[in-house]
Design a protein around this ligand. Structure first.
Ligand code: GDP
Length: 295
């Protein structure tokens, strides 16, 4: 995960690590390399520039030039700033409501169905919740089949309506079904397209308005970097979602989406997907991720 970024940041900070004393020029040079590492990771230019500026201000304000171990202090400052960039605090999902309704949004292939299964499994095993998964992709029967396979695998009921092509109706019926059958969490998997289009946005927006979910989650493939950020912006403009799910982090060597998304949409990353299996899900902790990036 984020190996390229880790290597480049390590190299950027390495020069300072051996120094007992450094100069303002050293700091500036190091931060230039840090910025280059962020840009290579596909972090947007302004975010990268602001990032290094903040670190520089802190460094000079904290007497990094006279401290005994300037290298260590710089690593700490960069780590703190990375943590902030990724949201600072860990933010969980809202499990209020009866039942709790969780709406998944995102493009096709982002990992929505897989994540719906992972979250159902997570809630079922960790929080003793009774979960209902709902298949709302009325365009691709294969998508419903995929959800049914996932449901079977984790032992969670899947609600679908063959022949009904109205996702708003299906969602409402599913919530009524959950209430009637003692389920306290409803996870609604919706249809995605390969790119943002008006029809998809209208559809997900209609579902959102009709069911007023406790949590609207935006699922995105972290490997798509800046595209992930742009897609997040488009979905957030329509849905004002509650949190981001970054999938496929296991294959992401760059980390640009993880580092940029919070600054652009101002919504927390809540979970990450780290593999195809149902247990490859983790709560997102910005500080632990920053630790991991800086090794
Ligand atoms: P959807 O179209 O948004 O429902 O996406 P899917 O859930 O069908 O996922 C698309 C592909 O990505 C599938 O092959 C999944 O197995 C894979 N996938 C989903 N999440 C992850 C993840 O965290 N890591 C990896 N490596 N693959 C994932």
């Amino acid at each position: 995960m984020f190996n390229n970024l880790s290597d480049k940041l390590d190299k950027a900070l390495h020069t300072l690590k051996g120094h007992g004393k450094i100069t303002e020029v050293n700091v500036a040079e190091t931060l230039k390399e840090v910025r280059r590492a962020l840009l290579d990771a596909d972090v947007n230019f302004k975010i990268a520039k602001d990032f290094t500026k903040r670190v520089q201000t802190k460094a000079l304000g904290q007497d990094v030039l006279t401290t005994l171990n300037p290298g260590q202090l710089m690593v700490k400052l960069v780590k703190d700033e990375l943590t902030e960039l990724m949201g600072g605090e860990t933010v969980g999902i809202n499990l209020g409501g009866s039942p709790t309704v969780i709406l998944m949004s995102g493009l096709q292939g982002s990992g929505k169905t897989t994540f719906s299964g992972k979250l159902a499994n997570y809630l079922k095993t960790k929080k003793t919740k009774q979960v209902l998964l709902v298949g709302c992709d009325v365009y691709r029967p294969a998508a419903i089949n995929q959800l049914q396979v996932v449901g079977e695998q984790i032992g969670v009921e899947v609600y679908a309506e063959v022949g009904n092509n109205n996702p708003v109706e299906i969602s409402k019926n599913a919530i009524a079904h959950a209430k009637a059958n003692g389920k306290n969490v409803v996870i609604i998997d919706t249809a995605g397209r390969l790119a943002v289009d008006e029809e998809m946005m209208t559809e997900i927006s209609n579902i959102h308005k009709a069911i007023e979910p406790q949590e609207t989650l935006f699922v995105v493939d972290s490997m798509t970097g800046q595209d992930a950020v742009n897609t997040a912006k488009a979905f957030n403009d329509i849905l004002n979602f509650d949190g981001v799910i970054l999938t496929k982090l296991d294959g992401d060597t760059r980390g640009g989406a993880a580092l940029s998304i919070k600054s652009v949409v101002d919504k927390p990353i809540k979970f990450i997907g780290t593999g195809e299996k149902m247990d490859a899900i983790d709560i997102f902790h910005p500080d632990r991720m920053a630790d991991r990036i800086l090794g």
